[in-house]
Design a protein around this ligand. Structure first.
Ligand code: G16
Length: 612
């Protein structure tokens, strides 16, 4: 790093001092905490995003959002050039840069100052000694001795200090082979949700990104998290990265699916409107844009921004509390409803049960199941085609990825369908990585965060099959199956879970089969479950293994949970530290709601006794 770059960084970084006594950690989905503590962090993540852009020679994204958290929180995460989450290899660097105590510790060798302090001490002692001596020979002797002592002290002090300390950015840049001098221009796309703190934080992150010479920061304004991820991916593929092109792609592929609906399918569902709870977040404005261009689906958007973000509304609230969100009531009984979260990367469906504030939740597991059934059906139809039979050396591999939160009934159902089901720890970054190992990988968290990934190999194969079928049996069910799969790969966000694109795919599939939300929900019956959160002094004290199904630390707690779980038929229970809130989460499942509630409460008590 050259001197000019170093001084720009020190100068700018000193305008964003970190708050004292706060330890930041790049959690499940980036850094998240009270917005008032985040300025230095977003500035530094701006630096990180610029370095990642230089290293990869590609556009990188930076999103300021705290998604489902309360409105006073905010957060920041980085979208890698693929449009997915920041490579996990860089997370320790993200932690280190966010926690560096002062601007100098980012780029300067602090230990030299310490060495100077030692030398100053020596010089002071030397003057005192010389002034106490009368004879010049004695003075010369003291002078020579001073030089020796100082020299050895300098060497040893430098060595000792250098051993433990690092020049954070310099060392990282070297280790990651990032060529700062003469690097090609780099670009960071910035986005934010509707939180009031967002504007200031985006400005700080832009200053961080542009503090790395040659980097441009492009503010895309207020948008959904998945839109930013989509734009990063598109821009790096040479596709226009605007909201308009995002909607063009979504609407074109939805239309294609709509046009491929098999003849004779009941259209009962077609004219029923879908009511969407937008969590008073960014989804409100975006769904209005979608509605304006969507003629084949009636949507009524509620909670579009006038109320408090995520308060009594949104996908997280609906999924955890299983009660009617604000703005919905008995008059909506029987309607097909959906909820987005604050930054519109999660989607759940629900319907209102009569005479109560209770809802029937149709969660991420059910969305996954719907998608899996649809894909499986299209692959089955395609397999019947002569061209495919003739060239059956390639058998696309379909896999499903869930977390421990997946309802046991959903996992059983998916396995009965003959699908390969894998569990990963919570966090899209883990599920996405696993799903990318398949030709078609479907991943969903029960909370509604997920998507379908299609491999390049599969898409090339599909293109060839579609072209063959076009010339031999255009308009056949087989060719339509190929088209449906191609359209699905364009409709569903390939970068990250996306409530808007997921919602359009759900709607297209329901239309395809002529299914109501009730029919969809009947696929299997969820086991009753309960989720709780417990405030603890240090959530990091809980360490888990086996995709978070087992507590390794603190000792004894897993055994105690096992004893409790054994009391309930079909009982299942686990605890894990949240990566987005300062809590330990508890999940329990059992044969009855009462049993699931009891089990969750017992586990929460255990957590409270040991860690609260
Ligand atoms: C983020 C992650 C999700 C995760 C959720 C809750 O969602 O993207 O993968 O399930 O946090 O995580 P935790 O239980 O660790 O707090 P979002 O929608 O808040 O960005």
């Amino acid at each position: 790093m050259n001197q000019q770059q170093r001084s720009i960084l020190i100068d700018l970084a000193s305008r964003f001092p970190p708050p004292s006594g706060v330890q930041f950690s790049y959690g499940t989905s980036g850094f998240r905490t009270d917005a008032s503590l985040l300025e230095s962090t977003v500035f530094r993540v701006g630096i990180l995003a610029a370095l990642r852009s230089i290293q990869t020679g590609s556009v990188v994204g930076l999103m300021v959002t705290a998604s489902h958290n309360v409105v006073s929180d905010n957060g920041v995460k980085v979208a890698d050039p693929s449009g997915g989450m920041l490579t996990q290899r860089w997370e320790p660097f993200a932690d280190a840069i966010a926690n560096a105590p002062d601007p100098h510790s980012l780029v300067q060798v602090k230990m030299l100052n310490d060495c100077n302090a030692f030398l100053f001490l020596d010089y002071h002692r030397f003057l005192v000694a010389v002034s106490a001596m009368g004879h010049p020979n004695q003075q010369r002797l003291v002078f020579v001795l001073f030089c020796f002592v100082s020299f050895f002290r300098f060497i040893s002090v430098s060595f000792i200090f250098n051993m433990g300390k690092e020049v954070l950015l310099d060392d990282f840049v070297k280790k990651e082979n990032i060529l700062l001098d003469g690097a090609p221009s780099s670009e960071v796309l910035l986005g934010r949700d509707t939180r009031p703190s967002g504007k200031l934080l985006v400005s700080a992150s832009a200053q961080g990104a542009t503090s790395i010479m040659g980097t441009t920061a492009n503010d895309m304004g207020i948008l959904t998290t998945p839109q930013l991820h989509w734009m990063v991916r598109s821009k790096n593929k040479g596709i226009e990265a605007t909201k308009n092109s995002y909607y063009d792609q979504l609407l074109m592929s939805y239309r294609l699916l709509f046009d491929c609906i098999p003849p004779g399918v009941s259209d009962n569902n077609m004219f029923e409107k879908l009511i969407v709870d937008c969590a008073d977040g960014v989804g409100g404005e975006e769904i209005e844009k979608l509605k304006a261009r969507l003629s084949d689906l009636k949507i009524e958007a509620r909670n579009i921004g006038a109320g408090v973000l995520n308060k009594g509304v949104g996908a997280d609230f609906v999924q955890k509390e299983k009660i009617v969100p604000r703005g919905f009531g008995p008059s909506d009984f029987g309607a097909r409803c959906a909820s987005l979260d604050g930054d519109a990367d999660r989607l759940v469906y629900f319907y209102i049960l009569s005479d109560s504030d209770k809802i029937k939740l149709v969660d991420g597991d059910k969305i996954l199941t719907l998608f899996a059934l649809f894909i499986k059906e299209q692959l089955g139809i395609l397999n019947g085609a002569e061209n495919v039979k003739a060239n059956n050396s390639y058998q696309p591999c379909l896999g499903v990825v869930q977390t421990a939160y997946a309802n046991g009934a959903s996992t059983d159902y998916l396995k009965q369908l003959g699908l390969e089901v894998v569990l990963t720890p919570t966090g899209v970054k883990y599920l996405h990585e696993k799903a990318a190992e398949y030709d078609i990988g479907i991943y969903f968290e029960a909370n509604g965060h997920g998507t379908i990934l299609f491999s390049e190999t599969f898409l090339c194969w599909l293109d060839t099959i579609n072209n063959d079928l076009l010339s031999t049996s255009r308009g056949s069910e087989q060719q339509k199956a190929a088209l449906r799969l191609l359209a699905t790969s364009k409709l569903i966000n390939q970068a990250v879970g996306d409530a808007l694109s997921g919602m359009l795919l759900v709607e297209a599939i329901l239309l395809h089969w002529g299914w109501s939300i009730f029919r969809w929900n009947e696929l299997y019956q969820d086991l009753p479950s309960r989720q709780l959160k417990v405030k603890v002094i240090d959530r990091a004290a809980v360490v888990t293994a086996n995709a978070e199904t087992l507590v390794v630390k603190p000792p004894g707690i897993q055994e105690a949970i096992d004893v409790e779980t054994a009391k309930y038929p079909k009982g299942r229970c686990f605890i894990r530290p949240s990566g987005t809130e300062d809590v330990v989460r508890v999940y329990a499942e059992a044969l009855t709601q009462e049993a699931a509630d009891d089990l969750a409460r017992s586990a929460a008590r255990l957590v409270d006794q040991l860690l609260g």
